[in-house]
Ligand binder design. Structure first.
Ligand SMILES: [Zn+2]
Length: 142
């Protein structure tokens, strides 16, 4: 039997960030937090922490994804304008911007989820109530 306290200890922010950038659970660094590219499991299979820490938790992830996607879109626009000025191919530029917005948004989504969770864990460390009851029954017999 192990104590649940090991899974709710505050984690240093650089570790949280590094784990999030590798699509791992920010709390424990365990693999298997995602069931697909886009979908987080309800709980981490390694430490049992809930992926949705409270109702509406992933509004922050949507915000991160929007900021990153718009940043990529802005860079695309600036580079495209700089490279083609004064004869800017508007239709081609729109197509490239549209593609950038879609692709970056989809590619960054899982990272925005783990990054948001890492930021949240940095501000508000995990509590025992967030751990998966099945995980607790399996590991500590609660
Ligand atoms: Zn974990």
């Amino acid at each position: 039997m192990i104590s649940t306290a090991v899974h709710t200890l505050p984690v240093r922010r650089p570790a949280l960030l590094g784990r999030a950038l590798r699509r791992r659970c920010p709390q424990c660094g365990g693999k298997g937090f995602f069931s697909s590219w886009f979908k987080l499991n309800d709980h981490c299979p390694t430490c049992g922490i809930a992926s949705e820490r409270e109702d509406g938790h992933f509004v922050g992830a949507v915000g991160f994804n929007t900021i990153f996607s718009f940043g990529a879109l802005l860079i695309t626009l600036l580079v495209g304008t700089w490279a083609t000025y004064p004869h800017i191919p508007v239709v081609a530029m729109l197509a490239v911007c549209f593609g950038t917005a879609i692709v970056v948004h989809m590619l960054f989504w899982p990272f925005s989820q783990t990054l948001w969770m890492a930021f949240d864990l940095g501000w508000r460390p995990a509590t025992e109530e967030e751990l998966d009851p099945a995980y607790l029954a399996r590991t500590v017999g609660v």
